[in-house]
Design a protein around this ligand. Structure first.
Ligand SMILES: *Cc1c(COP(=O)(O)O)cnc(C)c1O
Length: 364
């Protein structure tokens, strides 16, 4: 078996032809009509009014927080278990990320614990649709934020193609944010998008992404902004990737169901209970209390697995070593992602699960 990567981008002749056609057209590479078309396809797919595509899924979070006027000293509630961009986006603006533990079943922010984290300084909540899931008290979180005048950002970087009650994830807050980095369900190398139904927030984000300009090309600055602009060269790839979403979602679900069926009964392995009606997982997750040994064993078998994120609160960048978030601490120590690329074949999944079984039969 050749090495099986944890993740791999997936593209074919469609992307190749689109890039060639674009280059042959003499396009200026930077964002223009194709970026607008990519935005339109995301807005349509998620049934949202507005979409703005930017450099990546970290700056989309920063732009969203800037549009909400988050300032130094403000507090932004974030889950302790997430990709670091969620909390960094708040911290880089001088705001204080307030970490909250997650639910054991969904790995999404725990509503009861979130409520206790709210203070007079709280301005926003960033809810992460972790691995395409929503929490068991999702609606309560949305209602609570509205009732208490808190902005709600949905970090849906791992949730394009997943839904709640038939509505796309990313549409439940004031702003939703996506990423098109390499491990995500569709990729343009780097890239991100914000969606919103608020014209006001959208207008602010358009300015923020373009130096605060009144409009493109005008040297008149209505706000402080940066350059978070995208490129048409990437947009033509994104447009082709979007067309593949329906097939890709089915494939992701099939991969996870196949893993579920082969791993469910193995002693030493705990799997998650996904609702595949709604969730198209980005990654296939398992828990194992000999996680590091399992990862090393898989590597020796040419299989790339990856550890879960660390509890962010105690990372040196934040250093809240006096605080404890028991669920995050437990699952961060036990969790790993098995290869989850849409390029995985059934044969590879069977091989991977056979290796997991071999490890567990020797260790449990
Ligand atoms: C990938 C990811 C991001 C960051 O996106 P980039 O495009 O890599 O900057 C943010 N939040 C979550 C939950 C992610 O998975």
């Amino acid at each position: 078996m050749d090495f099986i990567n944890f993740m791999q981008p997936c593209y074919d002749d469609k992307e190749k032809e689109a890039v060639t056609k674009y280059i042959n057209s003499g396009g200026w590479l930077t964002e223009f009509k194709e970026t607008r078309n990519f935005e339109a396809s995301i807005a349509e797919y998620t049934s949202s009014k507005y979409c703005s595509v930017m450099t990546n899924g970290t700056v989309t979070l920063i732009a969203a927080l800037m549009a909400m006027d988050i300032k130094p000293g403000d507090e932004v509630i974030v889950p302790d278990f997430t990709m670091s961009a969620t909390s960094h986006a708040a911290a880089i603006l001088g705001a204080k990320p307030i970490f909250v533990d997650v639910e054991r079943s969904t790995l999404c922010m725990d509503f009861a614990k979130m409520q206790t984290a709210v203070s007079e300084k709280t301005k926003a909540v960033i809810f992460v649709d972790l691995n395409g899931r929503y929490s068991s008290e999702f609606e309560k979180i949305i209602t609570f934020c509205k009732a208490n005048g808190l902005w709600l950002i949905e970090d849906a970087a791992q949730a394009l193609g997943s839904s709640y009650k038939g509505k796309s994830l990313g549409t439940f807050g004031d702003i939703g944010s996506f990423s098109f980095s390499m491990p995500k369900i569709i990729t343009t190398g780097q890239g991100g998008a914000v969606i919103t139904d608020s014209e006001e927030l959208y207008d602010r984000m358009l300015k923020i992404r373009d130096f605060g300009r009144e409009k493109a090309g005008a040297d008149h600055y209505l706000a402080i902004g940066a350059n978070f602009k995208y490129t048409d060269l990437q947009a033509v790839v994104g447009i082709e990737q979007m067309k593949k979403m329906p097939a890709r979602i089915m494939h992701k679900k099939d991969i996870c169901k196949k893993y579920d069926s082969l791993l469910a009964k193995i002693d030493g392995i705990e799997i998650f209970n996904n609702n595949y009606e709604d969730t198209a997982p980005c990654f296939y997750e398992v828990l194992c209390d000999k996680r590091d040994e399992l990862i090393d064993f898989l590597k020796s078998k040419n299989i790339g697995a990856r550890k879960f994120y660390p509890p962010l609160h105690s990372e040196p960048a934040y250093g809240y070593t006096d605080k404890h978030f028991p669920v995050t601490e437990e699952i961060s120590a036990k969790g790993l992602w098995l290869p989850s690329s849409v390029l995985l074949t059934d044969e590879q999944i069977e091989y991977i699960c056979g290796c997991v079984e071999e490890f567990c039969s020797e260790n449990y």
